[in-house]
Design a protein around this ligand. Sequence first.
Ligand code: SAM
Length: 237
Amino acid sequence: MSEEVSTAFQAGLTHFGIAESAAAFLRYRDELLAWNSRFNLTAIKDPEEVLLKHFLDSLTLLQVYDQPGAIHVLDIGTGPGFPGLPLKIARPGWHVTLIEATGKKTTFLRHIVDTLQLTNVEVLNVRAEELAHKNPYRAHFDLVTARAVAALPTLLECSAPFCRPGGTIILPKKGELADEINQGKHTAFRVGSHFQQDIEVTIPGLDDGRRLLVWEQQKLCPPQYPRSWAAMTKQPL
Ligand code: SAM
């Protein structure tokens, strides 16, 4: 596939100080599209859209959270790696755990981690609500994220148990969010989180209503959470 990187994507990489990572992203994009016909990994099939709507969109988390050093990051329901793997490429010192319920997606993730020779990436084929009750994962992470997995109340009930007190949860969302944020605030109160910020994504090429919802984990999440997926989705807190 093309060796070319579009101006918008290259400008995005430069914006985040990682212009030299273009080759890794192109390889990731080419492997994703090559595996897509067999594994149905992404609905976005246009090569340029993969760069902008998957990779650059994942990197926008760095707009609100960026830390030097070996912080621990969790991506819940990562699919083919979003946003966790682009963040790992951008910040190689981070320890990144990717959890994904579908086995064929974790097969792809392991392939891409090997291909790009990434270290300190853990790929787990598990359901978030089960792993969240286990050590060493509970209350372990500095940053927890999940993109396009569920509504805010479910995402918060799933994310908060993994986050250490003082840690950060960032949930990318799009569209009209006022009601969802209000529901999320109720859930946050129950799981020890607190709403911090609703940040508009302003990167050129992604100016279509994308937002980053930022929550601080203020205390340990009570041990009864998360509940089963059915309870979380049908009876939100
Ligand atoms: N985060 C990726 C992205 O933004 O492109 C994938 C989004 S995809 C719409 C949702 C993913 O979450 C699917 O791959 C699904 O298998 C995974 N998923 C859903 N519920 C999950 C759970 N309870 N635990 C782990 N993964 C889950």
